[in-house]
Design a protein around this ligand. Structure first.
Ligand code: RB5
Length: 148
């Protein structure tokens, strides 16, 4: 199960990504927006981040005009590691090194072919763990990342 949400500026690309994912056999839940009417991206970022934090899905995808606002808002939630990616390399590293659980992209900055490529990589790439686990542990405020 993959959760996805966008604002108006990410609406068209979101629908492209949903079609791509369902074509691959994934179950996708769209948390809005449901048209190109102007909305506020944090409303949708928070909705998706809360659902991922609550364990409703392991991974989510957020799309606004640039991906910037969505990633900023989603990253305010404990346990959310939202990565704004622009190409195959950043999507791969977001998983391998950062254990990102939310992929953010920009409907005004990323074309459909690159969005498909990043989505496929984001879903297929494992976290490397090891030294990266220690570093990821230090991301959450108030945690020093020391192993107990
Ligand atoms: C909407 O115009 C735009 O500001 C929004 O989609 C996003 O890019 C914000 O980060």
């Amino acid at each position: 199960m993959i959760l996805i949400a966008s604002d108006h500026a990410g609406f068209a690309l979101k629908h492209h990504v949903i079609k791509f994912l369902t074509g691959l056999g994934h179950e996708v839940r769209d948390l809005g927006v449901d048209s190109e009417r102007s909305v506020d991206y944090p409303d949708f970022a928070h909705r998706l981040a809360l659902a991922v934090s609550a364990g409703e899905a392991e991974r989510g995808i957020l799309i606004c005009g640039t991906g910037l606002g969505m990633s900023m808002a989603a990253n305010r939630h404990p346990g959310i590691r939202a990565a704004l990616c622009h190409d195959a390399y950043t999507a791969e590293m977001a998983r391998r090194h950062n254990d990102a659980n939310v992929l953010c992209m920009g409907g005004r900055t990323t074309g459909p072919a690159v969005a498909e490529q990043m989505t496929a990589i984001f879903l297929a790439t494992p976290f490397e763990g090891g030294r990266h686990q220690r570093r990821v542990g230090k991301i959450e405020p108030g945690r020093n990342g020391e192993e107990s």
